[in-house]
Design a protein around this ligand. Structure first.
Ligand SMILES: [Zn+2]
Length: 168
Protein backbone atom coordinates (compact mmCIF):
# COMPACT_ATOMS: atom_id res chain seq x y z
CA UNK A 1 0.00 0.00 0.00
CA UNK A 2 1.23 3.54 -0.71
CA UNK A 3 1.59 6.42 1.74
CA UNK A 4 -1.87 7.82 0.88
CA UNK A 5 -3.49 4.45 1.68
CA UNK A 6 -1.65 4.15 4.98
CA UNK A 7 -2.66 7.67 6.05
CA UNK A 8 -6.31 7.10 5.04
CA UNK A 9 -6.33 3.82 7.00
CA UNK A 10 -4.76 5.43 10.10
CA UNK A 11 -7.09 8.46 10.07
CA UNK A 12 -10.26 6.35 9.72
CA UNK A 13 -8.98 3.87 12.31
CA UNK A 14 -8.33 6.68 14.83
CA UNK A 15 -11.81 8.14 14.39
CA UNK A 16 -13.44 4.69 14.68
CA UNK A 17 -11.27 3.86 17.67
CA UNK A 18 -12.48 6.99 19.45
CA UNK A 19 -16.06 5.73 19.12
CA UNK A 20 -15.17 2.12 20.06
CA UNK A 21 -13.37 3.20 23.24
CA UNK A 22 -15.81 5.99 24.12
CA UNK A 23 -19.13 5.46 22.32
CA UNK A 24 -20.86 8.44 23.98
CA UNK A 25 -20.24 10.65 20.92
CA UNK A 26 -19.74 13.75 23.06
CA UNK A 27 -16.64 15.77 23.95
CA UNK A 28 -14.89 12.79 25.59
CA UNK A 29 -15.16 10.79 22.34
CA UNK A 30 -13.41 13.61 20.48
CA UNK A 31 -10.80 13.83 23.22
CA UNK A 32 -10.12 10.12 22.71
CA UNK A 33 -9.83 10.59 18.94
CA UNK A 34 -7.40 13.47 19.53
CA UNK A 35 -5.37 11.29 21.90
CA UNK A 36 -4.94 8.36 19.48
CA UNK A 37 -4.81 10.29 16.18
CA UNK A 38 -1.18 11.44 16.13
CA UNK A 39 0.45 8.26 17.51
CA UNK A 40 -1.57 5.99 15.18
CA UNK A 41 -0.84 8.12 12.08
CA UNK A 42 2.86 8.38 12.98
CA UNK A 43 3.04 4.63 13.67
CA UNK A 44 1.41 3.92 10.31
CA UNK A 45 4.05 6.00 8.52
CA UNK A 46 7.00 4.44 10.34
CA UNK A 47 7.47 1.03 8.61
CA UNK A 48 8.00 2.56 5.15
CA UNK A 49 11.07 4.38 6.48
CA UNK A 50 12.76 1.19 5.24
CA UNK A 51 12.28 2.41 1.66
CA UNK A 52 15.18 4.78 2.49
CA UNK A 53 17.11 2.71 5.06
CA UNK A 54 17.40 -1.07 4.81
CA UNK A 55 15.35 -3.49 2.74
CA UNK A 56 11.80 -2.36 1.96
CA UNK A 57 9.02 -4.59 3.36
CA UNK A 58 11.62 -6.40 5.47
CA UNK A 59 13.75 -4.25 7.79
CA UNK A 60 10.83 -2.42 9.49
CA UNK A 61 7.98 -4.72 8.40
CA UNK A 62 8.34 -7.59 10.88
CA UNK A 63 7.07 -8.90 14.23
CA UNK A 64 10.23 -8.03 16.26
CA UNK A 65 9.76 -4.33 15.31
CA UNK A 66 6.08 -4.52 16.34
CA UNK A 67 7.10 -6.11 19.67
CA UNK A 68 9.44 -3.19 20.41
CA UNK A 69 6.55 -0.73 19.94
CA UNK A 70 4.20 -2.94 22.03
CA UNK A 71 6.70 -3.27 24.87
CA UNK A 72 7.67 0.39 25.02
CA UNK A 73 4.55 1.79 26.81
CA UNK A 74 4.48 -1.24 29.16
CA UNK A 75 8.05 -0.62 30.34
CA UNK A 76 8.29 3.16 29.97
CA UNK A 77 4.79 4.35 30.89
CA UNK A 78 2.66 6.57 28.66
CA UNK A 79 5.45 7.45 26.25
CA UNK A 80 4.77 6.15 22.70
CA UNK A 81 1.32 4.85 23.69
CA UNK A 82 -0.73 3.75 20.64
CA UNK A 83 2.12 3.99 18.13
CA UNK A 84 2.13 0.17 18.01
CA UNK A 85 -1.41 0.22 16.62
CA UNK A 86 -0.27 2.41 13.72
CA UNK A 87 2.59 -0.03 13.02
CA UNK A 88 0.22 -3.02 13.25
CA UNK A 89 -2.37 -1.50 10.93
CA UNK A 90 0.41 -0.72 8.42
CA UNK A 91 1.39 -4.42 8.43
CA UNK A 92 -2.25 -5.55 8.07
CA UNK A 93 -2.77 -3.22 5.12
CA UNK A 94 0.44 -4.40 3.41
CA UNK A 95 -0.45 -8.09 4.00
CA UNK A 96 -4.16 -8.03 3.18
CA UNK A 97 -4.46 -5.02 0.88
CA UNK A 98 -1.47 -5.10 -1.43
CA UNK A 99 -0.14 -7.67 -3.87
CA UNK A 100 3.31 -7.99 -2.34
CA UNK A 101 3.49 -9.28 1.25
CA UNK A 102 5.89 -8.40 4.08
CA UNK A 103 8.71 -10.36 5.76
CA UNK A 104 7.00 -10.95 9.13
CA UNK A 105 9.85 -13.02 10.54
CA UNK A 106 12.74 -10.90 9.27
CA UNK A 107 15.70 -11.09 10.03
CA UNK A 108 15.19 -14.83 10.76
CA UNK A 109 13.52 -15.35 7.38
CA UNK A 110 13.22 -13.10 4.33
CA UNK A 111 10.04 -14.80 3.09
CA UNK A 112 7.30 -12.24 2.43
CA UNK A 113 3.78 -13.16 3.56
CA UNK A 114 0.72 -11.73 1.84
CA UNK A 115 -2.91 -12.60 1.18
CA UNK A 116 -4.15 -13.21 -2.38
CA UNK A 117 -6.80 -10.54 -1.62
CA UNK A 118 -4.32 -7.77 -2.34
CA UNK A 119 -4.46 -5.22 -5.15
CA UNK A 120 -1.56 -3.27 -6.66
CA UNK A 121 -0.85 0.04 -4.90
CA UNK A 122 -1.75 1.93 -8.09
CA UNK A 123 -5.13 0.15 -8.48
CA UNK A 124 -8.40 2.10 -8.63
CA UNK A 125 -9.69 -0.25 -5.96
CA UNK A 126 -6.85 0.52 -3.50
CA UNK A 127 -8.97 3.03 -1.58
CA UNK A 128 -12.11 0.89 -1.26
CA UNK A 129 -9.92 -2.06 -0.17
CA UNK A 130 -8.31 0.22 2.44
CA UNK A 131 -11.70 1.31 3.81
CA UNK A 132 -12.96 -2.31 3.92
CA UNK A 133 -9.84 -3.44 5.81
CA UNK A 134 -10.25 -0.55 8.27
CA UNK A 135 -13.84 -1.63 9.02
CA UNK A 136 -12.65 -5.19 9.72
CA UNK A 137 -9.90 -3.83 11.99
CA UNK A 138 -12.40 -1.76 13.98
CA UNK A 139 -14.62 -4.83 14.40
CA UNK A 140 -11.57 -6.72 15.69
CA UNK A 141 -10.67 -3.91 18.13
CA UNK A 142 -14.27 -3.76 19.38
CA UNK A 143 -14.22 -7.54 19.97
CA UNK A 144 -10.89 -7.22 21.78
CA UNK A 145 -12.10 -4.40 24.03
CA UNK A 146 -15.65 -5.63 24.78
CA UNK A 147 -15.74 -9.41 24.27
CA UNK A 148 -12.28 -10.77 25.09
CA UNK A 149 -11.90 -9.32 28.64
CA UNK A 150 -14.89 -11.40 29.85
CA UNK A 151 -12.93 -14.55 28.95
CA UNK A 152 -9.60 -13.47 30.42
CA UNK A 153 -8.25 -13.59 34.01
CA UNK A 154 -7.95 -10.12 35.67
CA UNK A 155 -4.12 -10.00 35.27
CA UNK A 156 -4.37 -10.44 31.51
CA UNK A 157 -6.99 -7.70 31.29
CA UNK A 158 -4.58 -5.35 33.08
CA UNK A 159 -1.83 -6.12 30.55
CA UNK A 160 -4.28 -5.45 27.72
CA UNK A 161 -5.28 -2.16 29.33
CA UNK A 162 -1.61 -1.14 29.50
CA UNK A 163 -1.12 -1.90 25.82
CA UNK A 164 -4.30 -0.08 24.83
CA UNK A 165 -3.64 2.94 27.01
CA UNK A 166 -5.47 4.64 29.81
CA UNK A 167 -8.59 5.34 27.74
CA UNK A 168 -9.52 1.65 27.29
ZN1 LIG B 1 4.77 -0.83 4.07
Amino acid sequence: MNKRGHVLNAVLLSIGLGYVLDPSGDVSTFATIAEVFLPVVLGALFPDVDTAFGKHRKTLHNLPVLLIFLAHPVYHGGNLQWVWLGVLTHYVLDIVGSKRGIALFYPISSTEYGFPTGVTTSSDRAEIVTVAITIFELAAVAALVYVLPTYLPPGATELLTNAFGSVA
